[in-house]
Ligand binder design. Structure first.
Ligand code: PGA
Length: 252
């Protein structure tokens, strides 16, 4: 059985003080009631320290939303795996569609970041997903499975087992237009078959596949009940403690 993973992606919201407050409210509401679910919150870099302090000893993990693949160097504006580790991060989101779309992040860069995250001992959440245009052109499979294979290139089985993949259809992110449970499950099942074919049943059965894109308390339970959906990557609804706690509960 795969342990569900529910992660909050706070994107570019919350200064350090607001982030600390939100983290404390999440701790209070998610509390002990999360059963066998892994819970992570991913604030902006500038709030990692404050949120890390609020989460200490609670069992809720801290994650970053991005990182560079080098540990140090002349890379103005970038943050390294080592730097996020020292704030207490154990997770990192990589290849989010907003990074691909607005910051021109490529599959090759996602692969480099993924390898660097694994070397640093971070647990990566790697995002994949098609745009509406690609979906309508019948290219879901080639786009999503292409992103999966490019991201995972050159990894050992032991490394693959440390990763979670988040399927986030770009047309569902922040739009209020959630994929139906059947639409999400269809792609999750394709991803799992692709993993089975390329990396074997051990990896395919163990790797967690999160769904992301307008997950809300009202639709979370039905999405998470699908056979190949192992939790979610939550944007907007992760910015309020009560809705995030309700989504975590739906995964229990
Ligand atoms: P959303 O974002 O829940 O606001 O759609 C999800 C994400 O971008 O990870």
């Amino acid at each position: 059985m795969r342990r569900p993973l529910v992660a909050g992606n706070w994107k570019m919201y919350k200064n350090a003080q607001q982030a600390g407050e939100l983290a404390r409210a999440i701790v209070a509401q998610v509390g002990q009631g999360r059963g066998a679910v892994d819970v992570v919150v991913c604030p902006p870099f500038t709030s990692l320290q404050a949120v890390g302090e609020a989460l200490a000893g609670t069992g809720i993990a801290l994650g970053a939303q991005n990182m560079h693949w080098e540990n140090e160097g002349a890379f103005t504006g970038e943050v390294s795996p080592e730097m996020i580790l020292t704030t207490g991060c154990t997770y990192v989101i990589l290849g989010h569609s907003e990074r691909r779309q607005y910051f021109a992040e490529t599959d090759e860069q996602v692969n480099r970041k993924l390898k660097a995250a694994l070397r640093a001992g971070l647990a990566p959440i790697v995002c994949v997903g098609e745009t509406l245009e690609q979906r309508e052109a019948g290219r879901i499979e080639d786009v999503v499975l292409g992103q999966v294979q490019a991201a995972l290139q050159g990894l050992s089985e032991a490394e693959l087992l440390k990763i979670a993949l988040a399927y986030e259809p770009v047309w569902a992110i922040g739009t209020g237009r959630t994929a139906t449970p059947a639409q999400a499950e269809e792609v999750h099942s394709l991803i799992r078959s692709c993993l089975r074919q390329h990396y074997g049943a051990g990896v395919a059965d163990a790797l967690r596949l999160q769904y992301g894109g307008s997950v809300k308390p009202e639709n979370a339970a039905e999405l998470f009940a699908q056979q190949n959906i192992d939790g979610g990557l939550i944007g907007g609804a992760a910015l309020k403690a009560d809705s995030f706690a309700a989504i975590v509960k739906a995964a229990c």
